[in-house]
Design a protein around this ligand. Sequence first.
Ligand SMILES: Nc1ncnc2c1ncn2[C@@H]1O[C@H](COP(=O)(O)OP(=O)(O)OP(=O)(O)O)[C@@H](O)[C@H]1O
Ligand SMILES: [Mg+2]
Length: 255
Amino acid sequence: MSQTAASPAPHTTQAPPAVTAEDLTKVYGSGGSEVRALDGVSVAFARGAFTAIMGPSGSGKSTLMHCLAGLDTATSGSVHLGRTDITRLRDRQLTLLRRDRIGFVFQSFNLLPMLTAEQNILLPAQIARRRVDRERFDRIVDVVGLRPRLSHLPSKLSGGQQQRVAVARALLHAPEVVYADEPTGNLDSRSGAEVLAFLRDSARDLRQTVVMVTHDPVAASYADRVVFLRDGRLVDDIADPTAESVLDRLVKLES
Ligand SMILES: Nc1ncnc2c1ncn2[C@@H]1O[C@H](COP(=O)(O)OP(=O)(O)OP(=O)(O)O)[C@@H](O)[C@H]1O
Ligand SMILES: [Mg+2]
């Protein structure tokens, strides 16, 4: 059927989602040893939303995040960061895109031990020769509650405080999306809660888009939305999750 005059043009001026994956497939190996880690995943992440990716072990969570973040190349399909198709970029462009437009938080905090909390937060900006927005720095430091700890070395901080430094570092340049892979995997539950509350507040208060891989239903319950993978396919998608509703879906997926 043809479009009516009232329907929007295919390319409207409306801002696209922060990240969009279309029919993403990732095949490892070939022939008999072929593993289809992602099998036609299409998903979009809205700006300012905090989304968790869950699923059984081997379901493709890390592969999906790595393809979304331009750390790995998909076999087919596309990934857009805003309007940029990252699957078409050359290595050098991809390196700059990861540096300038994406933030990363890993399970291990990856702080430099000889630098203070403040110096660690500022380091990527220094390396990239970016001007630091002092107002944003102050706001982030206050949201993470790190003000009294700025002059401390990582060894003088708790695990939760170190991870908050890592999150502040990832947020400083206002990346279009922050990817967090099991950010609370190395933390006790209290420190984990601090970091998760901070990720949630950064989405709410700073309109920061956050995508987090986690195994933990309690961690996922901090998100606005949870998407579930099984065997490389997106099989469920829930809004306003609670630890109970997430656990319920997971149990069904694993059975
Ligand atoms: N480099 C690789 N070479 C071959 N197969 C791989 C590779 N990386 C992942 N896989 C396979 O792809 C599938 C998805 O792996 P992935 O690491 O994305 O799962 P996951 O959901 O992150 O699992 P986990 O919860 O255990 O971290 C698995 O079957 C895995 O064995
Ligand atoms: Mg994984």
